[in-house]
Write a new protein. Structure first.
Lengths: 364, 320, 288
């Protein structure tokens, strides 16, 4: 295990700048997830650490040793690729122990490591097969096996699950967590799927357009997003972002005046009002009729129900307030029909208010 | 398009296919046939020899010594005369027996084989590293080099016959036998190198980068990954390129003639066959037999390559 | 100074390609330049040279043998390139149909291409031999087209015809391979749609197959032109009296009155034509 530090890392591809001032400190044995939409620079960041791309500006340290001038084979890292990248001409066993043989490990060590990894990933019966004879999930497990046998300082995962179907994906998430619990290696995991980010990461780093938008524990990001992008990226269904006008002491949302504690917002509010974006997660809505602790809750009245999506235990409601759309997630106690109206309650402390230009969260 | 063909269409189809096959294969059959015919039979349009004649093959392969049958009766009578001295006898005989040693096929075969395989091997070795460089490594000027491979490929050796010869003379190589052989080897390398680079470059580009990236993170240096990953994944292509270069060198006549004409023992097959044809020993069955013998190794290589050319070697390594 | 991985990769790239570049530079680039240089000299076989300026070029302009060779080359190129492409196209269309033993037939028709030239030229000479050859037997005795036996290869004019047929025979397989692989990639749906629109087999060929093949055919024609301009063995060994440019150059350089300077001049001209063809190929066909 090792610590990883990104210090003022900037990256250009030709004339295009793809990473802006990346600063990140990752501690030993941490499992950090880099998440963001396509093109945000998360894979590039990973590849810079791996040594597969050059660092244009800035430094990267592994265990306090600067690695800018080290080639990938000397950085003692292991990587799991999105498209598996197995050696097609070697069988599963040879694929897994390839790295160990490069490192001239002893036969006993190779055997014991191979044994441990193949048991953990259930590959014992597949050791003789060639990659072409394996399914996608099996191939990905071989790719992981190849990475974990090596006692590397850092594990890098580059969207390893994006080619698998949903069921396999949740199975593999479990495997990855088990591997981390067992091997405790510092891991950096790249994905565009925020569910993976939330379930796997000790810490999550949200990236966009080459910038780090926010980093923190999954719950931090969920409850305290710094801006609209993070707020809507994390959590599904996404946070509702509605147009509103902020006044001292209350906020006006579609002609409804909702009182709020003036300390909620960390800057002064002009008496004439300030246009803002109001954010509240669908999960935090409650049906007025079944709400608990209703004295401290704010109520949004007469929200029109557009479409109801039954999800089993929950219902997802697509609603309309004035001209704006929002979503709410309510449980089965709520019995409503489309085109009816409903009153929704929520805790104002769970809500967020975002500046309309900077998109920053004013309640933090 | 899955309608069944009418009988008439089937007849046309069969005729067309047979015509094409005939067009392609007739010369080969003709060569085989004539090589097995006695002299009286050569003018016979039928492809099947009236009486099979294996003498041509026997002689070429060195199984049979001289051909005393060539000596006309009158001369034989003359030779029986005890008054002729030994030198006179040998002089007369030499006019007729010279045929036996005039086409030592195995030696020419060996010459050509050694020259072609050396040239093909060296060409392949140079090309593997060169093609790897411009198809998988990033460096400045790479695109120019990639594009000029095609240009260099087309400016073949034939157009450079004068300067290449002059260069060899200038350096003094053309004066000695080994110098000439060396010049020829170099020329065969340069005639095959561009096409090897081109073919290997195209092939290497189809191997996914991520496999090599995995190898590097697994601890391989670039050179190691060439030997452990790229080459094993390219074996059919390497064989194809080797065979292609080998055949180009095997077929080559112009430069072999320019450099080796005076060194009979070192002639390559094309050169030797040509000399045979224009010499006084131009006998059809010998020539046809020699043609067959030069043909058979190439056909074997061809069949071998055909069987082993299968695509999708990188299958399984990477998610398509 | 320490190097980053990308810088090291760049260095390695140059190091690996250096031997090839060296060989190519020495044995192709330098000779091209040297050839141009030599064309301004009167060059002997021994290497002695006398500077004569543009005399070789002046000679070229008035040399009837040279123009004869140019004409021969032109006829040869036109005959072989179009012949090869046409035969390759027809055979490709034929092989695209399904019939029993197709893969065997497909392998067999490649044989002329892979056979060494030296192995087959004498067979061809035998076929056209006036005394023993089957061609004369068929033409005179069987079909009665001609009244007497001719040695086609003996006469340069008729030999040219034989050489062209030989080249078509030898080289159509490689063009055929390229066409057939393109043919097989044409979506079958296009044919179905055309059939529904009322086109018969010929109409489908014109409206579906040909447009898809334009690029391949264009490429093949240019490549064959370039390739055949450089051909030596295929012509010389069959009929040395057919003097295409390379053979004319060879005679000038190594036989008869040896004039290597003049031969160099001819090569320079050939090189210019070739460069033009290559440039045309690269710009028009490859669209670089």
């Amino acid at each position: 295990m090792a610590s990883v530090i990104f210090e003022n890392v900037n990256k250009w591809f030709g004339k295009t700048k793809v990473l802006h001032n990346i600063n990140l400190e990752i501690e030993e044995s941490e499992f950090v997830v880099l998440v963001g939409p396509s093109g945000c620079g998360k894979s590039t960041t990973l590849r810079l650490l791996a040594g597969l791309e050059d660092i244009t500006e800035g430094k990267i340290y592994i265990n306090d040793k600067m690695v800018n001038f080290l080639e990938p084979q000397h950085r003692n890292i292991a990587m799991v690729f999105q498209n598996y990248a197995l050696y097609p001409h070697k069988n599963v066993q040879e694929n897994i122990i390839f790295g160990l043989k490069r490192a001239k490990a002893s036969k006993d060590l190779i055997e014991s490591r191979l044994d441990k990894a193949s048991k953990m990933l259930q590959l014992q019966d597949l050791l003789d097969r060639k990659p072409a004879q394996l399914s996608g999930g099996q191939r990905q497990r071989v790719a992981m096996g190849r990475a974990i046998v090596r006692d590397a300082d850092v594990f890098l995962y580059d969207e390893p699950l994006s080619n698998l179907d949903a069921k396999l994906r949740s199975q593999m998430r479990y495997e990855i967590r088990r591997i981390h619990r067992e091997y405790q290696t510092t891991s950096i995991y790249v994905t565009h799927d925020q569910v993976e980010a939330m379930t796997l990461g000790d810490r999550v780093v949200v990236m966009r357009d080459g910038f780090i938008e926010q980093e923190g524990s999954p719950m931090d990001l969920y409850l305290k997003p710094k801006n609209i992008f993070v707020a809507t990226f994390i959590g599904a269904p996404s946070m509702n972002i509605l147009d509103a006008i902020l006044y001292p002491g209350y906020i006006e949302l579609e002609d409804q005046k909702l009182p709020l504690d003036k300390h909620l917002v960390k800057e002064s509010i002009p008496p004439a009002g300030k246009k803002v974006k109001f954010g509240i997660r669908p999960d935090f809505f409650q049906d007025e009729q079944h709400a608990s602790g209703s004295e401290s809750l704010t109520t949004l009245k007469n929200v029109r129900i557009d479409i109801i999506e039954p999800l089993g235990y929950d219902r997802e409601l697509n609603l309309q307030l004035g001209n704006q759309n929002l979503k709410a997630r309510l449980d089965l106690r709520t019995v409503v029909k489309e085109s009816e109206t409903i009153n929704l309650c929520f805790d104002m402390n769970r809500a967020h208010i975002f500046d309309i230009e900077t998109e920053k969260n004013l309640t933090l | 398009m899955n309608r069944k063909r009418s009988l008439l269409q089937n007849i046309f189809l069969t005729l067309a296919i047979l015509t094409v096959l005939f067009f392609c294969l007739f010369p080969f059959i003709q060569i085989l046939s004539t090589s097995l015919k006695h002299q009286f039979d050569w003018g016979n349009p039928s492809l099947i020899p009236v009486k099979f004649n294996f003498d041509a093959y026997k002689e070429l392969l060195g199984f049979v010594g001289s051909t005393e049958e060539q000596i006309p009766q009158t001369i034989k009578k003359l030779l029986d005369n005890p008054l002729i001295t030994k030198e006179q006898r040998e002089k007369i005989l030499s006019k007729y027996i010279s045929t036996s040693d005039v086409f030592p096929f195995p030696r020419f075969f060996l010459n050509t084989f050694l020259l072609s395989s050396s040239a093909a091997s060296i060409s392949l070795a140079l090309a593997v590293f060169g093609a790897y460089a411009f198809s998988r490594l990033r460096f400045g000027g790479r695109t120019i080099i990639q594009r000029s491979t095609l240009f260099v490929y087309m400016v073949g050796g034939v157009m450079l016959m004068v300067p290449l010869y002059q260069m060899s003379v200038k350096v003094g190589l053309a004066k000695t036998v080994w110098g000439s052989l060396f010049s020829l080897l170099l020329i065969y390398i340069i005639q095959t190198l561009p096409v090897s680079l081109y073919m290997l470059g195209n092939y290497f580009r189809t191997i996914p980068y991520s496999i090599e990236e995995a190898a590097t993170t697994d601890g391989c240096s670039r050179i190691q990954s060439i030997f452990l990953i790229i080459i094993p994944l390219s074996v059919p292509m390497l064989v194809t390129v080797f065979v292609y270069c080998f055949i180009i060198a095997w077929n080559e006549f112009l430069f072999a003639s320019v450099f080796l004409k005076q060194y009979h023992n070192f002639h390559t097959l094309p050169l030797a066959l040509q000399s045979l044809f224009v010499s006084k020993n131009a006998i059809w069955d010998r020539i046809m037999a020699a043609s067959m013998l030069t043909l058979i190794p190439v056909v074997i290589c061809f069949l071998f390559v055909m069987r082993h050319l299968s695509g999708g070697l990188a299958e399984g390594g990477v998610k398509e | 100074m320490e190097l980053t991985p990308a810088q090291r990769e760049s260095q390695l790239g140059w190091r690996l390609i250096a031997p090839c570049l060296g060989v190519i530079g020495l044995l192709i680039i330098y000779p091209i330049v040297y050839n141009i240089y030599l064309s301004f000299f009167d060059v002997k076989l021994t290497g002695d040279k006398i500077f004569i300026g543009l005399a070789n070029y002046e000679k070229l302009l008035t040399d009837t043998a040279f123009y004869g060779s140019v004409l021969t080359t032109f006829i040869y190129l036109v005959g072989t390139v179009f012949g090869t492409t046409l035969v390759a196209l027809l055979v490709a269309l034929l092989m695209n149909l399904e019939f029993p033993l197709r893969s065997l037939v497909r392998t067999l028709i490649l044989l002329p291409y892979f056979a060494p030239v030296i192995s087959v030229v004498f067979g061809w000479q035998f076929i056209f031999d006036p005394v023993n050859g089957i061609y004369n037997h068929v033409v005179v005795e069987v079909l009665g087209i001609a009244t007497e036996r001719h040695n086609l290869i003996g006469e340069p004019k008729t030999a040219l015809f034989v050489v062209i047929v030989f080249d078509i025979w030898k080289h159509f397989p490689i063009s055929y391979l390229l066409i057939v692989s393109k043919l097989q990639s044409i979506n079958k749906d296009h044919y179905e749609a055309a059939a529904i629109d009322g086109y018969g087999p010929f109409g489908r060929f014109i409206h579906v197959t040909l447009p898809e093949l334009y690029f391949v055919l264009g490429t093949l024609i240019i490549l064959r032109l370039i390739w055949n301009l450089n051909k030596f063995e295929d012509v010389f060994l069959l009929a040395p009296n057919v003097e295409t440019l390379p053979i004319f150059t060879y005679y000038t350089a190594f036989t008869g009155i040896i004039d290597q300077g003049f031969a160099a001049t001819i090569s320079v001209v050939q090189f210019m034509v070739l460069s033009f063809l290559i440039y045309f190929y690269v710009k028009k066909v490859l669209r670089w």
